[in-house]
Design a protein around this ligand. Structure first.
Ligand code: AMP
Length: 282
């Protein structure tokens, strides 16, 4: 495994690889790897000849009161795990290599960014699309893999790629969970033991909602109320949102159908967690 920090060297590697007729799959990450990240890397290896994992805690996707400074970092451990996963390149630039002095360009997707997480994290998705656009240009991947845990991010990136006629195929990876159902996240490391058990209310609420739908519930507003009540009853947590939207375009649903997605964001102590599920009816 090569570790590359310079964008110019990364592009030289990508050009050489493409000229050799090999395909490249990119796995963009912010590091502090867990089994979710490793599962994305394994899928990438199945899809393409060469896998590039980017490890970059992207400063411009964090708001002023968010956790940029304390975001968990463990470079040595991460590079060991990536090497074991058999990837070709770990691309780990410094912030000033991605955003040199004077950088003033933004890539923004409208509409899809103006709902759900976009409401409580203004500017977040502009930061995501800007860095992903840069990564696509630097690494020139044929494929890029994103996790369905961040389903809004996935929908926004798909839209960016379609709208800008980008020749990169976006691949979705299902949510990877702990044995007890908690969606894996680097931010789970912030949770105290008590908070860790409170955090189970997210995946359990989703499970409860799937059961309600299997038992015939079709009214989105009613289901949202039940989910909110379930989460509120499970402890001292703060709901950011509970929403039912159409999976592709994130518009709100009133009736539940096969492409309805239930999404939620909940604050457990100081930690904001997200989770989601499709509400397909059997
Ligand atoms: P992050 O390092 O948190 O920015 O995540 C990097 C990539 O891994 C993103 O595409 C995430 O959606 C994906 N990811 C993170 N956690 C999970 C998970 N539990 N299951 C599936 N994908 C995940």
């Amino acid at each position: 495994m090569e570790i590359i920090d310079s964008p110019a060297l990364m592009t030289a590697w990508a050009d050489k690889t493409r000229i050799a007729g090999k395909t490249i799959c990119l796995v963009p990450t912010m590091g502090f790897f867990h089994d979710g990240h490793l599962s994305l890397m394994r899928k990438a290896s199945d899809i393409a000849d060469e896998v590039v994992v980017s490890l970059f805690v992207n400063p411009i996707q964090f708001g002023p009161n968010e956790d940029l400074a304390r975001y968990p970092r463990a470079f040595e451990r991460d590079s060991g795990l990536a090497e074991k996963a058999g990837i070709s390149v770990l691309f780990a630039p410094k912030a000033e290599q991605i955003y040199p002095t004077g950088f003033c360009t933004k890539v923004c997707v409208s509409r899809l960014t103006e709902t759900l997480c976009g409401l409580s994290r203004p500017g977040h998705f502009d930061g995501v699309t800007t860095v992903v656009a840069k990564l696509f240009h630097i690494i020139k991947p044929h494929y890029a893999i994103f996790g369905a845990k961040d389903f809004q991010q996935l929908a926004i990136i798909r839209k960016m790629v379609t709208d800008l006629n980008w020749d990169v195929r976006i691949v979705a990876h299902p949510i990877v969970r702990e044995k007890d159902g908690l969606a894996m996240s680097s931010r789970n490391s912030y949770l105290s033991l008590d908070e860790r058990s409170q955090a189970l209310c997210l995946s359990r609420a989703l499970q409860m909602a799937r059961e309600e739908v299997a038992n015939g519930e079709t009214d989105a507003a009613k289901l949202i109320r039940k989910v909110r009540d379930y989460i509120t009853a499970s402890g001292d947590v703060v709901i950011d949102y509970v929403a039912i939207v159409t999976a592709g375009d994130l518009t709100p649903c009133t009736r539940i159908s096969n492409d309805s997605l239930l999404a939620l964001a909940v604050k457990i102590g100081r930690t904001r967690l997200i989770d989601n599920t499709l509400l397909a009816r059997e």
